[in-house]
Design a protein around this ligand. Structure first.
Ligand code: DON
Length: 319
């Protein structure tokens, strides 16, 4: 890691600086061979590990991109950010915090002890336990209605009509015994708020939503822009809820890699095992990077390096 410079420059980078910084990052890291694809979801093991795309969307609606930015990959755990946003739209931040919690667990994303570590909740909305519980909070007459609401909300945040990658969904649904076990433990401790297996199924669908790097960057830019999608002008996330979402990204977005990330790069971010990371710079914009090989904590190796490099070159470490 290169430690990123702090966010003290009042001068916004020019379009040329954005584009050349992304181009340089792409060239610098495209040959990096660190990490390996997730394989506990069989589909992900077969995604081309050389795919590599970078997209930046600014709060004034400019898009910069390089590499494989048209390839639709599964959003995986980055979905947790937007289901949290939707739960707060419905219930408000106090109730969501009371029911789910906001404490970093320091444990792997799929930790089973995370369910019972805390006295009254499931850790935070970004570990699987807390995320499944957050999905269970979404209202709807049945799982079909809940899923439709979640997909529509993600689509508004991205400014595109998103859809499920059916093969990813089937692959994870056939192998997600760990998440089902977590849901049963959540039920034992009264920490899930709808039918456990139905909630896992909706959660598995939300993780299987396909996004391109530029669609994901728009979702991040919506958060950077106080909840208003800078491409469509629509207020998708209530402005008052955005700080809670970003605070959790800072503390738990990269799981047991979150502390090192805050120390070195200093930007709220969320990773997904599909190989992407979304980082959000409040008031400025967001960067989405897709490159499948992951480190031990389940975070894309190249994506971490690219975001660290870009943050350093553009001086956007928040601290
Ligand atoms: O539940 C799972 O295990 C996956 N659908 C999502 C995990 C994930 O993306 C963790 N991220 N780095």
């Amino acid at each position: 890691f290169v430690s990123a410079q702090s966010n003290r420059s009042p001068v916004a980078p020019t379009p040329e600086q954005f584009q050349s910084t992304l181009g340089n990052a792409y060239e610098k890291f495209k040959g990096d061979t660190g990490g390996k694809n997730a394989d506990y979801i069989p589909y992900l093991a077969h995604v081309d590990s050389k795919l590599f795309g970078i997209a930046v969307v600014t709060t004034d609606g400019k898009l910069y991109k390089v590499g494989d930015v048209e390839y639709a990959f599964s959003i995986q755990s980055i979905s947790k950010v937007f289901t949290l946003a939707l739960a707060m739209e419905e219930l408000g931040p106090d109730e969501v915090l009371a029911k789910i919690g906001g404490e970093p667990t320091g444990r792997p994303f799929n930790s089973i002890p995370a369910v019972v570590d805390m006295p009254s909740h499931a850790g935070n909305p970004y570990v699987n336990a807390g995320a499944i519980a957050t999905t269970s909070l979404i209202s709807g007459a049945d799982p079909v209605a809940k899923w439709a609401k979640i997909l529509a909300f993600y689509s508004e945040a991205s400014g595109s009509k998103l859809s499920l990658i059916d093969e990813v969904y089937k692959s994870e649904a056939a192998t997600n015994t760990g998440n089902k076990a977590i849901s049963m433990l959540l039920a034992k401790y009264d920490r899930i708020y709808a039918n456990p297996f139905e909630s896992v199924d909706v959660y598995t669908k939300q993780c299987s939503v396909g996004v391109t790097a530029d669609q994901l960057a728009v979702m991040g830019a919506t958060l950077a822009n106080n909840g208003k999608n800078p491409m469509t002008g629509k207020q998708v996330v209530k402005q008052d809820n955005v700080p809670h979402i970003l605070a959790e990204m800072m503390m738990a977005g990269l799981y047991d890699g979150s502390g090192q990330w805050a120390w070195t790069v200093g930007i709220p971010a969320k990773s997904g095992v599909g190989g992407s990371i979304l980082a959000v710079v409040p008031g400025k914009g967001a960067i989405a990077v897709f490159a499948p090989p992951l480190d031990e904590a389940g975070n894309s190796v190249k994506a971490q390096k690219v975001i660290g490099y870009v943050a350093d070159k553009l001086g956007i470490n928040l601290f």
